[in-house]
Write a protein that binds this ligand. Structure first.
Ligand SMILES: C[C@](O)(CO)[C@H](O)COP(=O)(O)O
Length: 255
């Protein structure tokens, strides 16, 4: 574990969803993400001429304000957005310090990440090379075809839902990106790049509360979880201490 947090790099495609977060409904927030806002042809046009999202720089003051308020001792720099997740991550990777021991990619849509979970995931990545937070799947999962018919019921034991952070040694990720780019592969999460190289990825047991806030009902769940944390903090020093331990990153500083 590095004694100092790795240099933070914020890839703008993911972070642009934060732009309207504080004053908007979850639905507006969802729709404000770049991927969902642009049609495929217009995304391709942007990709072709390399233009930026019009709001690409708008969220920066928001981030800086948060970092100052939360008194996080960690340098921050910003990378350019990409068309897809992997393009943003690639841009972020170009901006990290050459001495960084780990790259940790986190979805801004997962604001309830616990500090302890993130720390354990980073420890595992140092040990294995790549690690991702995940939780065992609770419901039965079925594979369904385009007509809505069940193809098969997957064996639940052994199925895990992965979250972020996804933490990887920078040299591995660089090598992985070379392979992904030369083979034109598309991945929807970051450790898939390491899997595609045939290298091990450890799943660090995380928390079910680290939800991805995607739809309006997710926002309600997130607000509920945050209220519970705050209530526990108000109830007394003992409960407050345990709430802070389980608090989402950054929240404990504000309680
Ligand atoms: C990485 C991830 O959060 C794992 O659940 C998910 O794949 C991210 O998807 P997105 O489409 O980039 O939000």
């Amino acid at each position: 574990m590095p004694d100092r947090a790795p240099r933070s790099v914020v890839a703008e495609e993911k972070q642009s969803s934060l732009h309207r977060q504080p004053h908007s409904t979850a639905y507006e927030w969802h729709c404000s993400t770049r991927k969902r806002q642009l049609s495929a042809p217009s995304r391709r046009r942007r990709q072709a001429n390399g233009s930026q999202h019009p709001q690409a720089n708008d969220y920066r003051p928001l981030f800086m304000e948060h970092y100052i308020t939360a008194a996080i001792d960690c340098p921050i720099c910003f990378a350019q957005p990409g068309i897809e997740r992997q393009d943003s991550v690639y841009n972020g990777l170009q901006a990290i310090s050459s001495s960084a021991k780990l790259v940790a990619v986190h979805d801004s849509a997962r604001p309830l990440i616990m500090e302890d979970d993130a720390r354990r995931c980073m420890h595992d990545a140092l040990r294995v090379g790549a690690a991702v937070l995940g939780v065992a799947v609770k419901p039965t999962i079925k594979q369904v075809d385009a007509l809505g018919n069940v193809v098969q019921t997957l064996e639940r034991a052994g199925l895990w839902e992965v979250q972020t952070p996804q933490v990887i040694r920078p040299a591995l990720l660089r090598e992985g990106f070379q392979m992904v780019r030369s083979n034109h592969l598309a991945v929807t999460d970051d450790v898939s790049i390491i899997e595609a190289m045939g290298l091990p990825v450890h799943v660090t047991k995380g928390s079910y509360s680290n939800i991805k806030v995607t739809t309006p009902d997710d926002m309600m769940v997130a607000e509920n979880l945050l209220s519970q944390q705050r209530a526990a903090a108000i109830q007394g020093p003992h409960l407050a201490a345990s709430a802070a331990e389980r608090s989402p990153v950054g929240l404990s500083a504000k309680l």
